[in-house]
Design a protein around this ligand. Structure first.
Ligand code: AKG
Ligand code: FE2
Length: 212
């Protein structure tokens, strides 16, 4: 377990420092970017809550309100000659609740639906919204997590900037009582978020360890 976490940490540090060296000013840019993403996340969670017939603040609050964690990851995919054989980010669903991603103009992100992979087209100024495991668990499956992966490009460097929103590690997360009942029993166990992460990582075989 520790070993896996260490690999993930090292990769993030390595890629982030390349970015800092190349572009500088990372703190200001990151803070501003994350602030915008936080506002947008709360708006989107508000719309999703209303779509479920819940008060606008329901999903944000179920994630701990202002204690929810926002993590910006910078994925750095160097060009690879044999891009068809090189996986950038292996197929996975995100562990947290929701992720917002400003897509790179270098294509590569794919989503799995109806037993096949679809390329996500780049749309200038669009934001990709990825439903993660916790939003699926909280809504008792009304919103589904999405399996996705990223390919590398043959010639161009690809960088992506997802912001992940997740409950605090010690929060209990499970189907909201408002969304369950006799007709609709809970489909997921309520778990402390950290225990959920540990369980999920333990289930990964080393050979299909996601590269992120
Ligand atoms: O690079 C991308 O487009 C997706 C990255 C991703 O799925 C992730 O970091 O969880
Ligand atoms: Fe992801």
């Amino acid at each position: 377990m520790f070993y896996v976490k260490k690999i993930l940490l090292n990769l993030n540090i390595k890629f982030s420092s390349i970015y800092i060296l190349e572009y500088g000013g990372i703190r200001e840019v990151t803070e501003e970017y994350t602030n915008h993403m936080k506002r947008l996340t709360e708006k989107i969670l508000g719309w999703l809550s209303e779509g479920l017939g819940l008060p606008r603040v329901a999903l944000t609050q179920s994630m701990g309100g202002d204690t929810a964690e926002y993590v910006l990851r910078i994925n750095f995919y160097p060009p690879t000659q044999h891009s068809e054989l090189t996986i950038g980010a292996a197929a996975h669903s995100d562990m947290g609740a929701i992720a917002l991603l400003v897509p790179s103009e270098v294509p590569g992100l794919q989503a799995f639906k109806d037993e096949q992979w679809y390329d996500l087209n780049y749309v200038n100024s669009a934001v990709v919204v990825i439903i993660g495991d916790q939003l699926m668990r909280m809504t008792n499956g009304r919103f589904k997590n999405v399996f996705h992966r990223a390919k590398t490009d043959r010639e161009r460097l690809r960088i992506s900037w997802p912001v992940f929103v997740a409950p605090r590690d010690d929060m209990s997360v499970g189907p909201l009582p408002e969304l369950t009942g006799d007709e609709n029993p809970p489909k997921f166990e309520t778990l402390i978020y950290k225990d959920y992460i540990d369980q999920k990582i333990k289930g990964w075989a080393l050979e299909d360890l996601p590269v992120y």
